[in-house]
Write a protein that binds this ligand. Sequence first.
Ligand SMILES: [Zn+2]
Length: 462
Amino acid sequence: MLTTLQATLTPLRQAARRHPRGFAAVVLTLLLLGGGAYALAAAVVTLAPDAALAPVHEVSEAVAPLPLQEQASALERHRYSLYRSDLSRGNDTADTLLRRLGLDDPSAADFLRRDALAQRHLLARAGRNLTAEASERNTLLKLIARWSPDDDGNFKRLVIEKSGATFKSRLETVPLTASTRIASGTIDSSLFASMDEAQIPDSVGAQIAEIFSGDIDFHRELRKGDRYSVVYEVLEGDGEPLRAGRVLSAEFVNAGKAYQAVWFQEPATANVNPQEEGRATHTQTRGGYYTLDGKSLRRAYLASPLAFSRITSGFKMRFHPILKKWTAHLGVDYAAPIGTPVRSVGDGVVEFAAAQNGYGNVVFIRHRNNHVTVYAHLSRILVRRGQRVAQGQTIAATGATGWATGPHLHFEFRVNGQQQNPLTIARNSESIPLAPAARPAFNRLAAVARQQLAAAQLLAIR
Ligand SMILES: [Zn+2]
């Protein structure tokens, strides 16, 4: 199968080399084996690093030339329309919006200013996908704005359409359609810079960091030359990407070591409820990420108490002379702006939550096996002593209280009172195995994920 895939991709790579700038995107149809159930219908693969280049969809068809006279009259009969698209901006007025779409139409501007739907959903609303259809005289025939406000599988479509001498508007709610995108990149300076280059949305970058958060501390361990490949869902409205969905599979190569993950939801199992005399009830299982050989990536501990984001990744610690003099310092320091959410790295019970000399505002959480984690220099504490906390739960906000000269989080992992390297603990913490009944379905999915990730790597030009 891989050979077939390689054969399909080789001409694409050659084309990409011949036209490095123009070859912004190709649409691949990868019909993968595996019973069809896991067929990946289409993948838009971005090859050019230029973020300004929009994906190019090339459509070619055979055209038989008409005799000149016929051509001329055909042109006369055919009133052609011009299509333009753009994104709405937060400071858009009726005039600036129409001008950006190349329209010169005072009556349309007047309608947008007066229409309740346009006022509410279009003007001064940033980031909405716009498509305009214009007449040959650059007047508005139809304007459509699309956006997906909620994670409910739908998008909103505001349609403003020429109707006789005036316009009409209507707001529709329409189901999104999911497609799959394959992307890959190499880290030169930062993960987010690389993702910008590969046109991968921030939410996908954050998901990748979460998926591998038991293995890689993205704040401290990223190296120049680290590589990643990702297959993720894109939710589209009328063929326009409106929302990034879930990461379906991913690979991250950190300091030469490859980590892989695939999203898997165990098939619902039929449970027999004894109160209802053998009537089967279905329990919905929660999905999760697994290694390709079926080990859950969800560990007892996260590697980092701070979620990886554009903000925390770009924030550097400047100086902290007090910390250097603090001989008891046996923890890990994370630079972060004051107020950044701090999360518990594992399930546990709050043992202490108050101010304590050098630590400033500090939270101690007791976990199983005599493990205690410590979160110090906090600006705010959001938990109380004795409270149960879950892994990933926000317990506090970063600050600079106690013996800290700059805003940062001081984090310790103690085993029987001794500080240990948190990353080692996280990596060695137990993972939850897959149920044996789910194995066959999982193995089929993992085979597809392997092929997809292999395809993503082949497409990485650099
Ligand atoms: Zn520290």
